[in-house]
Design a protein around this ligand. Sequence first.
Ligand SMILES: [Zn+2]
Ligand SMILES: [Zn+2]
Length: 446
Amino acid sequence: MTLHEKSVRQHRRSKSKSSMRRLASTMVLGTAGALAGWAFLGNPVDQALGPITAAHAAGGVVSTDDWSPTKPYPVHNVYYPGTEELAPDEMRVISCGSGMPMARLKQAAACFLIELGNGDKFIFDMGNGSLDRIISLGIPLDFIDKVFLTHLHLDHAGDFPHFFLGGPQSNRSVPLRVWGPGGGGSPKEWGTQAFVDGMMASWAWMISTLKGTIDTRSFKVEVNEFDWSKINQVIYEDNGVVIRSIPAIHLEQAVSLILEWNGLKLAYSGDTMPNQWWVEHTQDADLSIHEAFFTPGVAIAKWGFSGPEALNAVTTVHSTAAFFGKVMAMTSPRRAIAYHFQNDADTLPVMIREVEKLYDGPVDYAQDFMVWNVTADDIRMRRVVANPEAYPTPPLAEKVIDQDDPYRTPEWVLDGWLDEVTPIAEEIYSDFNEANGTDFQFQLRK
Ligand SMILES: [Zn+2]
Ligand SMILES: [Zn+2]
C-alpha cells in the first residue's frame, strides 16, 4: 500500500468531526483526492506532530491554487492568539507558567488557562511570573474573572495580587472571582479568605488613593473558599462545567482540581505527592496535567541543594519524574502533561528517561506557551506565538469613575507644584478640547 492509499484509508476511517472541521478551515486544495492528502497518517507519533500530507510524505509537491508568493500559505503549526475561534465542543488549554518558584525569563511558575467552546474561561493557579504570559494573549480581563488556586505557595498564587491590582488600569470592569482552599482543620488565617483579606490590607494605600481617578469597580474579589479535605467535592458548577477538588499530599491545605465539560475531563495536580485520590478520580482524563520534579541528582546539580534537601524536595513534598510516570501508568490519560521543572536541553532527556521507565503513553513536557486543542476525537499540541507588546484590550463596559468618596492629595503636597508648568498643562487641555469638542479644565486637585 502506498502512503497515499494508506492516508486515504485512514481518512475514510476517521469519524473525526473536529479534525474535519479544522481540515476544512485550513484546506488549501480543491479536489476530494487532494483533501485526503491532508489527513493525518494515523500513527500516534504523526498525531502528536500534526498533519503530514501524503504528498509530502511521498516526496511530491502540493497545489498552490489557493496560496502564492503574495497570498499567505494558510497552514501554520503554531497558535497565534486572537485568530482562532473555538468550536462549540472544543477545549483550549495554554500553559502560562510551567516552571518553578525560582524566577526565570523562560518559564513562569504554575499557571494554566482553560478556554471552553461555551465561552467560559478558567485560570488554574497563578504562579509568580504568569500574568505577563496571560496578558500577552490579548484576552479582555472581563472574560477571565475566574481563578482557581490549588494552594497558596508563591509559585501557585504569587501573581494573583498582581492580576487583581492591575485590573483597573487594564480595563477590567468586573470583580475577580477566586476559588481556593481553606478549612479542613487548618488554621483560619491560612485560608484563601484570609489570603485575600491580607492582600486588601497590604495594598490599602494603592486601592484607596486610586478612588476618583479611574474606574475602580474591579477592586473587589468574590472569595469562594472550600474545604480542602473533602474528596471529589463539587466546588463549581455552572453552564455545563463542573469543577471538583480532591486533597493533595503537599504539606496541608493543598488540592488538585478536576474540570469536566461536554464529555471532556481535565485533571490538574497543583503540587502533590502521588496519592490514591488522584488515581481514583482522574482515570482516563483527556488531559492529565501533573507535576514532575527533577531527580535528586539534577536537583543537586541545578539548584545547589544538599543531598537531604534534594531528596526531601523531590520525593516527600513533590512528585519526582519517576513518581509522575507511575501515576500516569495507573491512570491512562489520553495525554499526560508533565510540568513544574526547568525544562532545558540538558534536563529534559533525564526527565524523559525517568518517566519512560514506568510509562509509555503520550507525554508533553511543558514549557510556557504550549497550547492544547482538545475535542472528543483529537488532541493537538502547538506553541503559542505570544505578543510581547500587548496593551490592555478595550473596555467592555462604560467607564464609571466614582466621585462619591474620591481620594484627595493633601494641600501642602500640592503646594509643591511648579507654577511654571501650569501654562503647559493648560495648553494640553486647550489642544485636547479643540480636537475633541470638549471643555475640560486643568485642575491641580484631581
Ligand atoms: Zn507548593
Ligand atoms: Zn509548586
